[in-house]
Design a protein around this ligand. Structure first.
Ligand code: PLP
Length: 426
């Protein structure tokens, strides 16, 4: 029952191990090539399609990027902070690497009220994806990881980059040394933990990208108990928590005992259209310790101070405005808009006879095409309807036979996409 032993900073600072560390890194990079990121593969297909049909109006239900303008009260706050930077009184340079105090307090109060999360356990950042990569720096190359299959690709890809994995096995479409926890409609998108071997780290995303599923309270209790027994650390990705419609936890810290075993990342990207502004956060509770009793929070703080110099002051002004009473209203309105898009997509696919999953608690609809190769389905929809989707296999072998439709889009494009899909499949 030992917790992971720290293998990042302290291992490399010991002079005897630094040679071994780099030699191993080079070896693993040579042996384990990272596959191209799914967005690039899709962009390639899209570009080839544009060449072939220069006049086609392509609609993207593919990449999970937001499309609606940021509410004015939020951009006004950023504008005011930006303008202040050209005045003597308003100028500020480097800020705290952990984020502005007011921002950390507002995050704790808004998203973690009653969960005993303190502002000094919250690190403000330039986004959840970047925090996932920085957490991997904390963990180092010698840890074992588990991911949901299918899952958001950053967990696996950052693991490969860190040298945590073995080679990619084409036969099973998996990197060796990673535990792929199958999450399908057959198991309610929650892994059968009794068959999952112990790993040091468990990446878990709920509400989930790409399946749109969300774990229930009972399921999360099971996950926390599993991590506690195994001495594993859960990295809980809550980037879509605000989209939750059902009565499921929005944070892992709603589960008793989670403070001892879980880190949580969050993001303003899909809450307020901040995919370009860049603002997120990560919670590392004080009680989360390595096997030698050293707080994980201290190491994450060390990485934040070394690999990051604090979130943009302008972005943080925007974040603070998001968390004001008017800002929260504006964010929720935006989220409701995308949720209406999701309902339109679910309705379209189900009325065409497809089985769909997700869509209630996340802005993604997971559409089943039984027995079909997901890249073939992607190609069919692109070729015949000029609509870009995401092939399920881009999220891991468990995504085969599915496509992901994203609800981020202008309403007229979503409606146009649905009428094209009706023409294709009716
Ligand atoms: N986590 C999940 C599950 C996501 O789907 C995304 C973006 O699509 C991110 C994290 C990245 O968030 P950010 O823009 O804050 O880096």
């Amino acid at each position: 029952n030992s917790f992971v032993s720290f293998s990042g900073l302290r291992a490399t600072s010991a002079s005897s191990s630094s040679h071994g560390f780099f030699a191993k890194k080079l070896w693993s990079l040579e042996k384990t090539r990272i596959l191209p990121v799914i967005e690039c593969l899709i962009a390639r297909r899209r570009n080839a399609h544009i060449q072939k049909y220069p006049d086609a109006k392509i609609i993207s239900l593919g990449i999970g990027d937001t499309t609606e303008p940021i509410p004015g009260l939020i951009t006004l706050a950023m504008e005011a902070r930006a303008h202040g930077l050209s005045t003597l009184e308003g100028y500020s340079g480097y800020g705290a690497e952990q984020g502005e105090k007011a921002m950390r307090v507002a995050l704790a109060e808004t998203f973690y009220g009653g969960m005993d999360i303190k502002d000094n356990e919250i690190f403000v950042s330039d986004g959840a994806k970047c925090d996932i990569a920085r957490l991997q720096l904390v963990f180092g190359p010698d840890v074992s990881i588990a991911v949901q299959d299918p899952s958001y690709p950053a967990y696996v890809d950052s693991s490969v980059m860190m040298g945590q994995t073995g080679a990619f096995r084409k036969d099973v479409q998996q990197y060796s040394k990673i535990q792929y926890m199958r999450c399908s409609h057959e198991n309610d998108f929650f892994p059968d933990l009794s068959s999952v071997p112990r790993t040091d780290i468990i990446f878990f995303c709920s509400p989930n990208n790409p399946t749109g599923s969300a774990a229930t309270r009972e399921q999360l209790k099971e996950l926390v108990a599993f991590a506690t027994i195994n001495g594993s650390i859960i990295v809980y990705d809550s980037a879509y928590a605000i989209y939750m419609s059902d009565n499921n936890p929005r944070s892992i810290y709603e589960i008793p005992g989670a403070r001892e075993v879980a880190i949580e990342t969050g993001s303003f990207s899909k809450y307020a259209g901040f995919t370009g502004v860049r603002l997120g956060w990560t919670v590392v509770p004080e009680e989360l310790l390595f096997s030698d009793g050293f707080p994980v929070r201290n190491d994450f703080n060390r990485v934040m101070c070394t690999c990051f110099n604090g979130a943009s002051n302008i972005a943080q002004a925007g974040g603070l405005a998001c968390l004001s009473p008017e800002g929260l209203k504006a964010m929720n309105k935006m989220v409701s808009f995308y949720k209406e898009n999701t309902a339109i997509l679910v309705d379209t696919f189900t009325s065409l006879g497809f089985k769909t999953f997700g869509g209630r608690n996340a802005p993604y609809v997971w559409v089943q095409f039984p027995g079909r190769d997901s890249w073939d389905v992607f190609g069919e929809i692109l070729e015949k309807s000029h609509i870009v989707t995401t092939p399920g296999s881009g999220f891991g072998p468990g995504g085969e036979g599915f496509i992901r439709a994203s609800a981020f889009g202008h309403r007229e494009n979503i409606l146009e996409a649905t009428s094209r899909l009706r023409k294709l499949y009716l």
